[in-house]
Design a protein around this ligand. Structure first.
Ligand code: SAH
Length: 233
């Protein structure tokens, strides 16, 4: 029998937004209703963004699917992945499935309460991934010093719009790595950019499509409880 999550995923497959089996499998496995709270919960399987508290939103399923498809060549078993502004935790969970075995997703979320909530969401179906460290959600500002101690990543997903491409994140991209990031001012034109790092460490950018995201908070505006490099749950 099909669940509602299956109906949603079928729709994204039929629309040609989900193209790879790995993306389809990951999105079927992560039930969106676990990542939203009531009253939004009754709309969990609609292809729209929804409020998740703290004035933030979970992205629409077609945006999650688009980002997973764009990162398909990097989201391989064993890959190291960074999810900036991990919010509800949905995409961190989906990416973690795609990089098993041996892969790891680090999520950084500026609201400590939301980071904690997202770990609870993920635990509903994937407690083993949290316990093993395959998913590691931390509270912190990704543009501050939250990533100082971290090595490079094969894939970086950014879930909020940067005014300009952040150097701190580009530096954390491994050679042959790819970053998907919305770039542009709030309320103005924002574009989804794909950043590829080549063999020599040079980057190539291309603009994909116009998007609307909440702003990626600069470090000086951060008021989280721990600015020293992340809080573990
Ligand atoms: N992919 C997430 C998107 C959540 S919205 C989801 O679908 O659930 C974007 C998130 O980015 C918000 O939760 C916001 O708090 C967070 N955010 C914004 N600026 C940030 C920063 N500099 N560092 C870490 N998180 C940030």
């Amino acid at each position: 029998m099909y669940s509602s999550q299956d109906v949603l995923v079928n729709q994204l497959v039929n629309e040609g937004i989900i193209r790879h089996k790995q993306v389809e499998r990951a999105m079927r496995a992560v039930d969106r209703s676990h990542f939203v709270t009531s009253p939004a919960k009754s709309y969990a399987y609609h292809d729209n963004p929804l409020p998740i508290g703290y004035n933030e939103t979970i992205s629409a399923p077609h945006m999650h699917a688009t980002c997973l498809e764009l990162l398909i060549n990097q989201l391989k078993p064993g890959a190291r992945v960074l999810d900036v502004g991990s919010g509800s935790g949905y995409l961190s969970a989906a990416m973690a499935i795609m990089v098993q075995p041996n892969g790891r997703v680090i999520g950084i979320e500026k609201h400590p309460e939301l980071a904690e909530q997202s770990v609870k969401n993920i635990r509903k179906d994937m407690a083993d991934m949290v316990d093993s460290g395959a998913i590691d959600i931390r509270a912190g500002n990704a543009l501050g010093d939250a990533l100082n101690e971290e090595e490079g990543f094969d894939a970086i997903h950014v879930g909020a719009a940067a005014a300009t491409l952040p150097t701190v994140l580009v530096e954390k991209l491994k050679r042959h790595g790819r970053m998907v990031i919305p770039v542009g001012e709030q309320w103005s034109y924002q574009v989804m950019q794909v950043i590829d790092k080549d063999d020599h460490g040079n980057i190539k950018k291309h603009d994909l499509m116009g998007v609307r995201y909440v702003p990626l908070t600069p470090p000086e505006e951060y008021n989280g409880s721990d600015q020293s490099g992340g809080e573990e749950f």
